[in-house]
Design a protein. Structure first.
Lengths: 50, 463
């Protein structure tokens, strides 16, 4: 998951309008997705290596 | 009133015949629909805005063309409605969002223009879930559209209003949008036909976007033939939509009566299994539909979808990343104007990096290549549209990062249609999803039409 820049105006808006619990829930889903993307990348690299 | 109720459910072809024979006029039918919309509004909330004045103006002009013996075609005088993401000149277009509560476009969306050029009548703007991706709750403001088969239940989404309006006989047909099943899913829950055409076949210009490379525009109707009539009117290249394809668009209606004899139907059993939780009644209705297809001369075989396991990550990354890109500046300026469910998607989108997005695009190519190989071996895929019939509000969470029966065909851009294929023991509709090859709508709809002719599922009405 991409590291957040706390000075980013969107991150500031999120901190104001999203609870920590909601953020943790979203982060968990995104982490699952990026894990699968990493597996995809690995598979593509393996294919490229023949 | 009994006759009015009957007229509310007439097919587009039947209405055109009535207009041509002068048995009924577009103005009379428009009045019937507007009365029905008013009578059901407090219960169904299908419409966000009713455009009575415009509708009567268009209906009177249409009536004159029939009097002059010069109607513009089968859609002339036909009362339709559109999901409230289609821009309408001088008429509020909100995406059911507080952010756009006062947004009034200066020009019509491309497909609204096209429908008007065929003489159709615009009854109004239909409900949806916020920006086509939020989750509806029973206490939302404005109230969510409700399922006409059981108003305690959700009609599905995000094209909830179009599905409800068509199912309840409040318009002759409607336009929805579909970035991840938003036409097919409510069509299935409400017992109507919902078509997501091939990506690029129908222009999205002037349509409030959810995800630039996943959004599709298409019709919801009470029959496959009506869907074909609307598709014929709205399909075609548009340089104003970067995703629009310059391809031939043969009349789907004219090719609708092709025989399905010898069609090869692929059942992606592993995808159905991965989606999980298929209700026993849905499974039974799906198996019965496959038997019908076989009895009509189709060959049914099980097929694999190579690399489909990557699709949930590909879909979730692309959809949320693209939605965030579209909304970032508004979300910074007015976060309080977004619903919590939709805002969560934007937050998720902000968590993906550009490299994640690029990786997802590589994955999309991989998934599409796999589907291309599969589609060389079969003419259509068949699978349930949704795992369960309509559910109570709040129990449908969207599941945007899980295996889905519908998302893969937004990722690949293939045409997919949901048609009624049975009812649960509680009398709730069940949908069959058929998926075709890219730009082969004539074959897909002919096949769906043949199935539809074998049953009376599409002729049943709520209430």
């Amino acid at each position: 998951v991409k590291a957040w820049d706390e000075s980013d105006p969107f991150v500031i808006a999120v901190r104001k309008h999203q609870t920590a619990e909601e953020l943790a829930e979203i982060e968990a889903i995104v982490e699952n997705v990026t894990t699968l993307l990493a597996r995809l990348e690995e598979s593509l690299e393996n294919d490229a290596d023949g | 009133m009994a006759e009015d109720a009957e007229a509310g459910f007439w097919s587009i072809g039947e209405l055109h015949r009535q207009f041509t024979s002068r048995a009924l006029s577009p103005v009379e039918v428009t009045a019937i629909y507007l009365d029905r919309i008013e009578a059901t509004h407090d219960e169904l909330h299908a419409f966000l805005l009713v455009t009575s004045e415009l509708a009567f103006r268009q209906a009177r002009a249409s009536e004159q063309r029939y009097v002059d013996g010069a109607p513009l075609g089968v859609l002339d005088g036909i009362p339709l409605a559109v999901k409230d993401v289609y821009d309408t000149k001088g008429i509020r277009t909100t995406a059911q969002s507080a952010l756009f509560a006062d947004r009034v476009p200066r020009v019509d969306a491309a497909v609204v223009e096209r429908l008007a050029s065929h003489g159709s009548v615009l009854l109004g703007k239909l409900a949806l879930t916020e920006f086509g991706a939020g989750v509806a709750g029973p206490t939302d403001v404005p109230p969510p559209a409700r399922n006409p088969w059981d108003v305690r239940l959700s009609p599905g989404g995000s094209s909830s209003g179009p599905a409800v309006a068509v199912a309840a006989g409040l318009c002759a047909g409607a336009l929805g949008t579909d970035a991840g099943g938003s036409i097919r899913e409510p069509a299935s829950a409400c017992g109507v036909v919902g078509l997501k055409p091939t990506f690029g076949l129908v222009s999205r210009r002037g349509c409030i976007q959810l995800a630039e490379t996943l959004d599709h525009c298409g019709p919801l109707t009470r029959s496959v033939k009506d869907a074909a009539i609307v598709l014929d009117a709205i399909a075609g290249f548009d340089p104003g939509d970067a995703g629009s394809a310059e391809v031939a668009t043969p009349s789907v209606v004219e090719l609708l009566d092709q025989s399905p004899l010898g069609f090869k139907v692929g059942v992606p059993a592993s995808l159905i299994e991965a989606a999980g939780g298929i209700d026993a009644e849905v499974r039974d209705a799906f198996d019965a539909a496959l038997n019908t297809l076989q009895a009509s001369g189709a060959h049914v075989v099980e097929v694999a979808l190579p690399d489909i396991e990557y699709e949930p990550a590909v879909f979730a990354t692309i959809l949320n990343f693209e939605a965030f890109a579209f909304h970032r500046s508004d979300a910074i300026a007015h976060p309080e104007l977004y619903g919590r469910s939709f805002f969560k998607r934007l937050v998720a989108g902000s968590m993906f990096s550009a490299a994640d997005y690029a990786q997802a695009l590589r994955g999309r190519s991989l998934v599409r290549a796999g589907l291309e190989r599969t589609m060389q071996t079969v003419d259509v895929l068949a699978l349930p549209t949704r795992p369960r019939p309509a559910q109570p509000f709040g129990t449908e969470t969207g599941g945007w990062a899980r295996p889905s029966l519908r998302h893969p065909f937004n990722v690949t851009g293939q045409p997919a249609i949901s048609i009624p294929c049975g009812f649960s023991g509680d009398g709730l509709p069940i949908g069959l999803q058929l998926v075709g090859r890219w730009f082969e709508e004539p074959q897909l709809l002919a096949f769906a039409h043949a199935y539809e002719q074998a049953h009376d599922w599409s002729s049943r009405r709520p209430g």
